[in-house]
Design a protein around this ligand. Structure first.
Ligand code: MN3
Length: 242
């Protein structure tokens, strides 16, 4: 599967601004596709698989509600915040996230929410992809000692996040792989995040991501989720950082 490498920049002109042009730019290494335009703003990219593709580990109804309700609401509220707050600046979502501290809580929650969910959908695929030999596997083993240790550490980050949030595998500013977690819809791209860097894998541990199937059993969800990781996408993200 090829990830759409294009992204469009959202150019806020305020509510009174006329309809606008989407400014498309090809950014090599950019894995996320945010379809921003003056008219539609940030939009959800179609899921790269069907709602039931992740069964039995994530059920179809959870996926449908998660994508069409929860994630859709983040996208909608992000657009409202962007119109109100970008004030004519040309900003990709990544650029805006890097200065989250200058925007409202509404931007923080929904800019993060939209980014994180778009990232999350692309990080998964139907069960069964193994991590192949290569750059990512080598990096995981050299950083964490073994692949099993990496899984243990990421699971711990997911399990020790109290309340709602995300667990991340990310590359820090020294180009080192790190594992960490963020509360709510924060992510490592945000200037006000305690863990900072470029995420290459993220796990949603909000109850809405798993409650219907797993109820309170977050550990079971986390353990099963490793069957759904699209390692090719994760490796591509790592390679893009260089
Ligand atoms: Mn979610």
């Amino acid at each position: 599967m090829e990830i759409n490498q294009s992204r469009r920049k959202f150019i806020g002109k305020g509510l009174k601004g006329s309809l606008a042009l989407g400014l498309a730019s090809q950014l090599p290494g950019e894995l996320m596709a945010f379809n921003g335009s003056y008219q539609s703003g940030f939009t959800q990219t179609p899921l790269p698989y069907s709602f039931n593709a992740l069964e039995p580990y994530i059920d179809a109804l959870t996926m449908e509600i998660h994508y069409t309700k929860h994630a859709a609401a983040y996208a909608k509220a992000l657009n409202e915040a962007a119109v109100a707050e970008f004030k004519g600046e040309t900003l990709s979502l990544e650029m805006a996230l890097a200065k989250t501290s200058t925007f409202s809580t509404k931007f923080r929650n929904n800019g993060g929410g939209h980014y994180n969910h778009e990232f999350f959908w692309q990080s998964m695929q139907a069960p069964g992809m193994a991590l192949h030999e290569g750059l990512l596997k080598q990096a995981l083993i050299s950083t964490f000692g073994s692949f099993e240790n990496f899984k243990t550490k990421l699971s711990e980050a997911a399990m020790t996040r109290f309340g709602s949030g995300w667990a991340w595998l990310y590359v820090d500013n020294q180009k080192k792989l790190q594992i960490g977690s963020t509360p709510n819809q924060d992510n490592p791209l945000m200037d006000l995040s305690a863990v900072k860097g470029t995420p290459i894998l993220g796990l949603d541990v909000w109850e809405h991501a798993y409650y219907m199937k797993y109820q309170n059993k977050r550990a079971e969800y986390v353990g099963n989720w490793f069957n759904l990781i699209n390692w090719k996408v994760v490796e591509k993200r790592l390679t893009a950082i260089g």
